[in-house]
Design a protein around this ligand. Structure first.
Ligand code: GLN
Length: 309
């Protein structure tokens, strides 16, 4: 066994047994069905070695992790013009908070809080039918993960569509300031479906590889984005990827990361690895509790924090 295999196995074994697992999200009723005992971890290193522990093959709802990929697509479409519609400063507030939007005239703080992600999705939707926009997002995920079996969990999407009143409030508020171009219900429909994409840790770690390797898939050599863009997406992940828990994540883990309320986290060790972890129990900021603890142990063990050992 390589040292990486030993570390991943040790962490997965320890996490399986921990009693303090956080709370599964219930505000999207379908997510409440997740098994709080699940835990998966996959690390894919620069040579393409896949090191997996726990429930690494079980698909889960990627939720806000999808925002990394829609940001990538939207930057491809609009380039730096995107930053006129959404900022790139940490918000210090909850992922679904509305308070800042009023002060900042409907322009969301960053692309990873819900308001910002809805604005990004609206940009992808412009000029397309919702079905096409969603198809583009799903195709991108399948291409990055090199896996055509990735699908959308329609039950999760429908569940959020029925109960996503706060997101509807955020979207309507932005619409009133002209920040959204498309009808609110269409933009939200795409947003709820992108959040409902189901992926395993293995698929997610595959999809994140370009961010760890200067915008390229190191196995195929194919360029996804220019190196400068990969670097900047990582910067936004580090500062904004965990909402009001972003400072704590940087302090403890020290990697760019993006969480979702399905309990997944995608973390990037630049030049070294793409890492996906999943445990559905969340902390008070809506980030996976054991996911963060596992990543903290991993980076400490391997000396992978971008801030040094
Ligand atoms: N779909 C979820 C929502 O909009 C995503 C939130 C999250 O993963 N933090 O509330």
């Amino acid at each position: 066994m390589s040292s990486l295999e030993v570390v991943v196995k040790e962490i997965a074994d320890e996490m399986r047994q921990r009693p303090d697992r956080g709370e599964v999200a219930t505000y999207i009723p379908e997510l409440a069905r997740a098994d709080v005992k699940a835990f998966g971890l996959v690390v894919i290193d620069a040579d393409g070695n896949v090191v997996a522990g726990g429930d690494s093959e079980l698909p889960f709802s990627i939720q806000s992790i999808s925002k990394v990929f829609t940001l990538t697509l939207a930057l491809g479409k609009a380039g730096d013009r995107l930053w006129r519609r959404v900022g790139r400063e940490p918000s210090g507030s909850a992922f679904n908070s509305i308070v800042q939007l009023e002060f900042e005239k409907g322009v969301p703080r960053n692309p990873f809080i819900n308001a910002g992600a809805i604005a990004v999705t609206d940009l992808i939707l412009s000029g397309h039918h919702p079905r096409e926009a969603l198809g583009e997002i799903l195709r991108f995920m399948r291409f990055l993960a090199d896996d055509s079996s990735i699908t959308i969990d329609e039950a999760v999407a429908a569940s959020e569509q029925r109960t996503g009143f706060r997101n509807a409030a955020l979207a309507n508020y932005m619409k009133s300031y002209g920040v959204l171009e498309n009808p609110v219900d269409l933009t939200l429909g795409v947003y709820f479906h992108q959040c409902a994409i189901a992926m395993s840790c293995r698929q997610l770690a595959m999809a994140g590889r370009f961010l760890a390797h200067h915008g390229r898939n190191p196995s195929t050599g194919l360029s996804v984005v220019p190196p400068e863009r990969a670097r900047r997406i990582n910067a936004v992940m580090l500062t904004c990827g965990h909402y009001d828990g972003s400072g704590e994540f940087a302090y403890r883990v020290g990697l760019p990361g993006k969480s979702g309320v399905g309990g997944g986290i995608l973390a990037i060790a630049p030049g070294k690895a793409s890492i996906a972890v999943w445990s559905p129990g969340l902390d008070a900021s809506g980030n996976s509790r054991l996911g963060r603890i596992a990543l903290e142990a991993l980076t400490k063990w391997l000396g992978w924090s971008i801030f040094g050992e």
